[in-house]
Design a protein around this ligand. Structure first.
Ligand code: NOJ
Length: 745
């Protein structure tokens, strides 16, 4: 009998523990409805209000009155627990507060900037980074982050390219998905899970002229083919929230764009998460000349499908009247509040409003190791003449030079509100600590900071170079030069950094240039002057040890460019997946210095290129060398005649033909040769990181569903078009073995 009772209890417990997702959903929906029915209109508008408080007492008072649904930028765990206690115990309905923060590429342990993470082409590493960030942030009570930013970014003038995963829709989709998984973990209900936010919806990355917040002019087809796919992937990955964008696209600000917020996001994609505005973007619609006042802005925004307003408080101040006037329906308000409450229930905030994760997780050993791995894989070897790298035993003295060699704050990059420079390990520190017993290290900064124009320190740096066997020069951008509102019209290295590199090169000593920046810079001359170049973007807390191990050959670089590198700023926007013109450039075009004086108008050929910059980039998308040498051979297509429901099965032999073990990112590109609308010259469709020992070979296979070749066609239907295709498998977007196939209906 007793046994039976125990068995029944165990069964009941196991049922509760394994409640089916459908049951869980229904349970949450029921709770949402029950709570919603108890709420006054004022309380509903309170839930739709997000504040960035300056004054604790004022915040406490408003929370008590039910005027706040979420806060951002409070990171003091004691204050958060106090506020939560007021919300739960002292507000009429006890609805917990949703605490948010921009945790973009780490909370305390800072990972490489997202652009650097994209360069790893390794979603596992990226997912781990987001998981670490979530564990650390949740230790301070943060349960919602405003990441990933999955704005396709094709213009390095735009400072926020740093925060993106680069120019490619597919890469943004893969990396965005990885970040969402990492932030949200296995279940939002886990106390270490933080809700992700796909932003900025949408087309913000196309800001005209690369100037932040600027207008965009992206037609629906390009929106759907290029800018929306990462966001669709975010919905598929279960991303809990979306953020509207600042820009007006084709005249409609993102915060009132019903077409994208309702028709696409809700109706087509069935998103049941929550939509928040960007910071004061509702009120900013007045500046846009789209709304007359705050009330008009609130109405347009909420009627377009926004649920929560960040900071500008036009909802809470105006929507009661708008409802009374019939300009906003009660149903619209209720739907917004449903989306907010659903998220709070999903996060388990009602059961666990207080902080659960221990503080000790910050900068945990495991987190630092993960950040180091991410930094290692984010570094791109752009040049390595005469095998300058890795540094061998013959190198007895290294001159470490440059404004980024020992700049702990700067190497963390943009969007670091909580990382501390005291915990950052710089290259100088790492080289000294990790390799100081093998080499003599001389340090001469040369320039005080990246914008420094004072050249008086260069002579000392040159002198250090003369005394060394090799000079490693760390240049780049201070973190303030990229990120939000930090656009540039000139992408050359700032200050006297170029002069520094050239002066070092003039010594005749081998020069290794390491660039730490928030974007791809125009560095043709500096690459020319250097024997080897490593591009690391801003590598974060563990950048130093990662770079040190790469310099000394313990780690073989494997990063690939997630963006195309222009030769000159004027080439921007620049991206590999462009459409062809009717007059594509020939590789042999005559450039400006070769054109004879008084040349005839048409003598240089009427083709699409720049007279001064040509048509090719400095480095193509997907580019990155290794200390070893990978050889591709034997490309095989299982079939070159396929149907729309078939699969492109392709294999290639990859050999590590060099002396070092290494990892190659094998990339698959496809071109739809003729379409009902013009199609990109190639598009990345898949990639794999393949590890090979020196001398080892492997057959690498890809199975690409033909349905992945679908696009938005002439008549705005979505599908694959029958016809001829070309594919490439190779080491970057400009090289590769190719084959052709056709798709039949
Ligand atoms: C404005 C930025 O555009 C957005 O990305 C960020 O999440 C919010 N501010 C909150 O800080």
């Amino acid at each position: 009998m007793k046994k039976n009772i125990l068995y029944a209890i165990a069964l009941a417990v196991s049922f509760v523990g394994c409640s089916r997702p459908q049951d869980k959903r229904t349970e949450i929906e029921n709770k949402v409805e029950t709570l919603l029915h108890k709420m006054t209109l004022e309380e509903k508008l309170g839930q739709m209000n997000q504040l960035s408080p300056w004054n604790f007492e004022e915040l406490a008072d408003r929370v008590r009155k039910g005027e706040v649904g979420s806060i951002l930028n409070v990171v003091n765990s004691e204050e958060i627990n106090k506020i939560q206690n007021i919300a739960v115990e002292e507000s009429r309905l006890g609805i917990p507060i949703l605490v948010s923060r921009d945790v973009i590429h780490g909370y305390k342990t800072i990972f490489p900037i997202p652009l650097g993470q994209a360069a790893t082409f390794n979603p596992e590493v990226v997912e781990k980074g987001a998981r670490v960030a979530a564990v650390e942030a949740s230790a301070d009570g943060i349960r919602w982050t405003f990441a990933p930013m999955i704005d396709v970014s094709r213009d390095p003038r735009w400072g926020r390219i740093a925060e993106s995963c680069g120019e490619d829709p597919y890469l943004n989709a893969v990396m965005g998905t990885a970040m969402i998984k990492g932030f949200q973990g296995d279940s939002l209900n886990d106390p270490t899970a933080i809700a992700a936010c796909a932003k900025h919806f949408v087309a913000y990355g196309a800001s005209e002229g690369g100037k932040d917040y600027n207008s965009t002019f992206i037609p629906e087809r390009v929106l759907r083919n290029v800018y929306l796919p990462p966001f669709k992937a975010a919905v598929d990955a279960g991303c809990a929230t979306f953020m509207t964008s600042f820009n007006d696209n084709d005249g409609i600000p993102g915060t009132a764009n019903k077409f994208v917020l309702k028709d696409i996001l809700r109706d087509e994609w069935k998103f049941d998460g929550m939509v928040v505005t960007d910071w004061t973007s509702t009120a900013e619609m007045i500046n846009h000349g789209f709304c007359t006042d705050g009330k008009d802005a609130a109405e347009k925004s909420v009627n377009a499908g926004v649920d929560m307003e960040m900071v500008s408080e036009t909802f809470i101040k105006n929507l009661k009247q708008s409802v009374a006037e019939g300009k906003v329906s009660m149903e619209t308000i209720d739907n917004a509040v449903r989306n907010i409450l659903r998220l709070k229930f999903r996060l388990g905030l009602f059961e666990n409003p207080y902080i659960v994760t221990p503080q000790s997780v910050k900068y945990a050993e495991e987190h630092l190791l993960a950040a180091k791995t991410a930094a290692e894989q984010s570094v791109i070897l752009l040049k390595n003449d005469a095998q300058t790298l890795p540094l061998t035993d013959k190198v007895k003295t290294v001159a470490v030079v440059g404004p980024m060699a020992d700049a702990p704050y700067e190497q963390m990059g943009t969007w670091v509100f909580d990382g501390e420079k005291e915990h950052t390990q710089t290259p100088l520190k790492a080289i000294r600590e990790m390799y100081g017993d093998k080499v003599n290290v001389i340090f001469e900064q040369g320039l005080a900071y990246s914008r420094d124009k004072n050249t008086s320190g260069i002579a000392k740096a040159v002198n250090a170079a003369r005394r060394a066997d090799v000079v490693v020069c760390f240049v780049g951008e201070e973190s303030i030069l990229s990120g939000e509102a930090h656009s540039l019209a000139n992408l050359d290295l700032q200050g006297a950094q170029s002069q520094l590199i050239k002066s070092l090169a003039a010594t005749g000593k081998p020069v290794v240039t390491v660039v730490m920046a928030g974007r791809q810079l125009t560095i043709s001359d500096e690459v020319e002057a250097s024997d080897a170049v490593l591009y690391s973007f801003h590598p974060g807390t563990m950048g130093g040890p990662a770079i040190a191990d790469i310099l000394f050959g313990k780690v073989n670089p494997s990063g690939k460019t997630p963006v195309t590198f222009p030769r000159m700023t004027g080439q921007a926007p620049i991206y590999y997946a462009h459409n062809n013109t009717g007059r594509p450039a020939n590789p042999t075009e005559m450039l400006i210095d070769e054109i004879p004086v008084e040349a005839g108008q048409t003598s240089v050929g009427c083709r699409s290129f720049y007279l001064d910059a040509g048509n090719s980039p400095l480095f193509p998308f997907g580019y990155g060398l290794s200390y070893t040498n990978f050889e591709y051979s034997d490309l095989k297509l299982a079939s070159d005649k396929l149907t729309v429901d078939g699969e492109v099965n392709v294999s290639v032999n990859l050999k590590n033909a060099g002396k070092y073990d290494g990892t190659e990112v094998v990339q698959l590109y496809v071109q739809d040769k003729v379409g009902s609308v013009t199609r990109p010259v190639k598009e990345l469709k898949a990639f794999q990181r393949v590890e090979l020992k020196a001398g080892e070979s492997k057959t690498v296979t890809f199975s690409l569903p033909v349905s992945d070749l679908a696009f938005w066609r002439y008549d705005m239907s979505y599908g694959v078009e029958a016809g001829d295709f070309k594919l490439w498998v190779g080491t970057n977007s400009a090289e590769g073995l190719s084959a052709e196939f056709s798709v039949m209906n």
